[in-house]
Ligand binder design. Structure first.
Ligand SMILES: Cc1cc2nc3c(=O)[nH]c(=O)nc-3n(C[C@H](O)[C@H](O)[C@H](O)COP(=O)(O)OP(=O)(O)OC[C@H]3O[C@@H](n4cnc5c(N)ncnc54)[C@H](O)[C@@H]3O)c2cc1C
Length: 568
């Protein structure tokens, strides 16, 4: 049940911190066993009364600087002309999956196999993880009822899980041109039926976290029939300050801020605390608990309880930038952005029938592509991707999603570097656990990353210019950058995080002490009672939007925990 106040707290076997994909999934699966009790603590509210969250196409309005966002920013990024970027993280049931743009991608088989190699545990590889990806998924037919044969491969999908996944349920004016380009230029831009089979390369229909036209966040794992379980309690509006040891080496106590009276209070787990506060929140809680680099903690005035220097380190994220063209069409989304009556009519259609443009996310097609194998970039710097079947960059084909000026119709193609070599860190500079941590994703700190992004932008332009599919459509290229220097400056002035941070509490092999925060069973190294289940344990960043990975990690984690305690 959702508790009214901390006065209703009982005693619990497990306390889970954070209701994003990690925490919601593990809270659900553990309470399938009626002999186990779980308390889920979440800093935000129920998030269940917001049209902006539910309507897939409104995803861009959810962040930054809103009630659904922690409203973090990065430290100034030296390789982006010292810009400070928004770094949204969702707050409330669903966590960041309630505010993201819904794209469902698992990355390549090589990406997931790299987790097994880094952790020296084959259960984190693709073959063992595929059943967990499927277990989390409820693939459903698009709302327009069109025939989706050839738009996805059913062999790689689950149909009985909690999170809705679907292909687009409304066509967009550029769909035909994207597909035609794959037919005209199949060598460089091959069509792929399904990017979630482990073989991700090509151009294809987006799969998005949508259930019959409505956003499916991790709150789907906390649906009313799940909340009806007597062994699952949720306390909302509750920010965790730190975790504390109850004996020398066992962390069983959670210290939280009671929003009702503003006091710090403790609650104890008889078995384990599970940290699922995300790639920013989890290292922040650990550091304030004295778990991290002992020297740095000491210099801040926090007593180190466990020296684990990798806490907060290795933050890896995607970076991307959008190219824009003025187009010869009036069937673009920017007309809706400019016309409140039309926007209201479309919203009404969504409310009444769950049909129309609002049932889908920001694009109907994606591309995952590589640099040519003989490219001088790869020869000079080595290949940063997980292997030769893993993308270097991604395109999202958007039909006028961002308006550039007050008039005109647009095509936007955000291009992301999805196999970055750069990394940064989450650190703290305060002893107050409720102060924002310092978020430095270190974007473009490795030289190869700007080279890849530059070639991604050039490739997006080839997609548009090299095929006759677009010749009667494009009026003007608004990027205005062609030389290396011009494109680099365009990137440094405009690129943003794609908001996919991972690896800030990475798993490393058992008995490895020089890097990593958790063992392959996701227990924090060197202590009892503490486990981590969220994006921060991924030891490397897949070439993919990250929530699918976290659902897979959490389904696997639930089985690991159940087997450790003999649960059903
Ligand atoms: C704008 C944006 C767009 C994105 N687009 C996509 C996309 O299209 N597809 C995709 O797959 N991924 C996308 N992502 C990334 C994806 O949403 C995340 O990878 C995923 O949600 C991470 O799950 P998590 O469980 O690790 O953490 P989160 O989802 O961040 O959940 C952590 C939870 O912990 C809570 N919490 C944190 N600290 C505390 C505390 N001290 N006390 C109590 N509770 C706390 C938070 O409020 C939150 O609910 C996007 C992210 C953003 C920001």
């Amino acid at each position: 049940a959702i508790l009214h106040s901390s006065a209703d707290l009982k005693s619990y076997d497990f306390i889970v911190i954070g209701a994003g994909p990690g925490g919601s999934t593990v809270s659900n699966r553990l309470t399938e066993d009626p002999s186990i009790s779980v308390l889920l603590l979440e800093a935000g509210g129920a998030n269940n009364d917001s049209l902006t969250i539910d309507v897939p196409l409104l995803c861009t309005k959810l962040t930054p600087n809103t009630q659904w966002d922690w409203n973090y920013t990065t430290t100034p990024q030296p390789n982006l002309n010292n810009r400070v970027l928004p770094f949204p993280r969702g707050i409330g049931l669903g966590g960041t999956s309630a505010v993201n743009c819904l794209v469902y991608t698992r990355g390549s088989k090589q990406n997931i196999d790299k987790w097994a190699a880094l952790s020296k545990d084959p259960s984190w590889g693709w073959d063992a993880m595929l059943p967990y990806f499927k277990k989390s998924e409820k693939f459903n037919l698009p709302v327009d009822g069109h025939n989706i044969t050839g738009q996805f491969d059913p062999a790689f999908h689950g149909f009985k899980g909690y999170i809705g996944v679907s292909v687009p349920g409304a066509s967009r004016a550029i769909d035909g041109r994207v597909i035609q380009t794959t037919e005209k230029l199949p060598d460089e831009f091959p069509f792929t039926t399904d990017m979630n089979t482990g073989d991700q390369l090509g151009v294809g229909w987006v799969q998005a976290l949508i259930d019959e036209g409505v956003r499916s966040s991790s709150a789907s794992y906390l649906a009313p029939q799940v909340l009806a379980r007597e062994n699952l309690d949720i306390l909302l509006h509750t920010r965790v300050a730190r975790v504390l040891p109850s004996s020398n080496d066992s962390f069983n106590v959670v210290q939280y801020l009671d929003s009702a009276d503003g006091n710090l209070k403790n609650v104890t787990a008889s078995k384990e605390i599970i940290l699922s506060a995300g790639a920013v929140g989890t290292p922040n809680i650990l550091l304030h608990s004295g778990i991290g680099n002992a020297t740095t903690l000491n210099s801040l005035g926090i007593t180190p309880l466990l020296h684990l220097p990798s806490v907060g380190q290795n933050l890896t994220d995607h970076i991307g930038v959008s190219s824009t063209w003025l187009v010869n069409s009036t069937l673009t989304y920017d007309i809706v952005l400019r016309n409140t009556t039309l926007a209201e009519t479309l919203l009404q259609q969504w409310k009444e029938k769950k049909t129309g443009i609002n049932v889908d996310t920001s694009e109907n097609h994606l591309a995952f592509l590589r640099l040519p194998e003989n490219s001088t970039i790869l020869q000079t710097f080595g290949d940063p991707a997980a292997g030769n079947e893993t993308a270097h960059f991604e395109f999202l084909f958007q039909n006028g999603l961002s308006q550039v000026t007050a008039s005109g119709n647009y095509l936007n193609i955000p291009a992301g570097n999805v196999s970055p070599k750069s990394s940064g860190a989450i650190t703290i500079n305060s002893t107050n656990p409720f102060d924002a941590p310092l978020i430095d994703p270190g974007l473009l700190s490795a030289q190869i990353d700007i080279h890849i992004l530059r070639e991604a932008i050039r490739t997006a332009h080839r997609f548009i210019n090299a095929s006759t599919a677009w010749s009667d459509y494009i009026l003007q290229d608004l990027t205005n950058a062609t030389t290396d220097d011009q494109i680099d400056e365009f990137i440094r002035d405009n690129a943003v995080s794609f908001f996919h941070p991972v690896a800030t509490a990475a798993m490393s092999p058992f008995n490895t002490t020089d890097w990593g925060v958790v063992n392959p069973d996701l227990r924090v190294k060197g202590v009892k009672g503490l486990r981590i289940v969220d994006a921060s344990v991924a030891p490397s960043l897949p070439a993919a939007h990250t929530s699918a990975a976290v659902y897979g990690i959490a389904e696997h984690a639930a089985d690991i925990i159940k087997s450790a305690y003999g649960l059903s």
